[in-house]
Design a protein around this ligand. Structure first.
Ligand SMILES: [Mn+2]
Length: 344
């Protein structure tokens, strides 16, 4: 909680020295990124700052639930594309990146130098691609960016309607797999406060309703899961399949597998002709971000992902199996040793 006050202090300073705020979630924003963007926009409104949420993705290519949330908020918030920044930017403009810290994951990458100040609020591990600014608040232990943004919304006394409270709750629900992992007392107390402000668990959960077609894609991966040991599970599509998946569906397959008695889950499928996407989820005993970093990706200990080009699904799976080496039941400790060797 102390930390939230520090974050607020910094944000106070930046809000008072700037007149315009651009809020950017990661590309293909999910509920956590959207909830956090909405919360930050409410804080800007409370402080009477002109603000825009920058989303470059063609809404029609997003998952139906994300698309619906965007259409629902469109009339209340100023959603813009990054190519509109040049017309709107002032010499006192602040950029706030939420649920993201890598420059290659934001639509505003080519405009970063144009901003007076940049503020980053995230829960993914930083690396050499992290946006360079003195105002970086990254806590990989944090359940979700929406959790921190909710606390800020409360501290600022920004006005929350039940709808907005539901969006923030949906962000927390997504990143904690329905409060089943990486959920601290502080996470639950934020959730409780959102409910006090009018959020409703049923409505928030209903925001996640799947399309039949996407649910089948997720279950197709789940059906093809290898439970190597009770330590981890790997879901893949078959190598000769021509099916392309949405990265969100691959992530959901990895989420789904967490319901079984495993410590970590991986889902691997093709997202375009030469790219395979891996989503990894952990329950805390295996830091999945270390594994995804070996594939050039990143994330945090509970949730991570990577993209691999020019390889077959079975090649990627075999590599993953080698890294996970199930022959040793002390895998967690061993893995740590192996990974620290290969990362050094
Ligand atoms: Mn997140």
């Amino acid at each position: 909680m102390q930390n939230s006050k520090c974050i607020k202090e910094c944000l106070d300073k930046l809000l008072s020295s700037n007149d315009t705020v651009f809020i950017v979630p990661h590309n293909r924003p999910d509920f956590d990124a959207l909830g956090a963007s909405i919360g930050i926009s409410l804080i800007c409104k409370k402080n009477k700052k002109r603000n825009y949420i920058v989303i470059d993705d063609n809404y029609e290519t997003l998952t139906s639930s994300t698309k619906k949330m965007i259409y629902d908020i469109k009339s209340d918030f100023d959603l813009i594309k990054s190519n509109e920044i040049n017309n709107l930017i002032t010499d006192k403009s602040l950029l706030i990146a939420v649920d993201v810290n890598k420059d290659y994951l934001v639509s505003v990458r080519q405009y970063l130098e144009n901003f007076n100040d940049i503020f980053v609020l995230d829960h993914h591990l930083p690396d050499e691609h992290t946006i360079k600014t003195p105002y970086t608040f990254i806590d990989p232990k944090l359940s979700s960016t929406s959790e921190e943004v909710s606390r800020l919304v409360f501290l600022y006394g920004a006005k929350l309607t039940p709808d907005y409270a539901n969006y923030l709750l949906a962000g927390i629900i997504l990143d904690t797999n329905k409060l089943s992992k990486n959920t601290a007392a502080s996470t639950l107390s934020v959730a409780a406060k959102l409910v006090e402000k009018g959020a409703d668990a049923t409505i928030a959960n209903n925001l996640f309703l799947e399309d039949y077609e996407h649910d089948r894609a997720i279950q197709r991966l789940v059906d093809n899961t290898d439970f190597k040991t009770y330590v981890y599970a790997i879901a893949t599509d078959s190598d000769n399949s021509v099916k392309l998946y949405q990265s969100e569906d691959i992530a959901k397959a990895a989420d789904y597998l967490l319901k079984y008695n495993v410590n970590a889950t991986f889902a691997i499928a093709r997202i375009d002709e030469d790219t395979i996407s891996i989503s990894a989820r952990g329950k805390g005993s295996i830091d999945v971000s270390k594994i995804m970093r070996l594939f050039g990706g990143g994330g945090n200990e509970f949730s991570a992902a990577a993209r691999v080009k020019g390889k077959s699904i079975s090649e990627v799976k075999e590599e993953l199996n080698k890294i996970l080496n199930p022959s040793n039941y002390l895998i967690c400790e061993e893995l740590d040793k192996q990974l620290s060797l290969s990362l050094n």
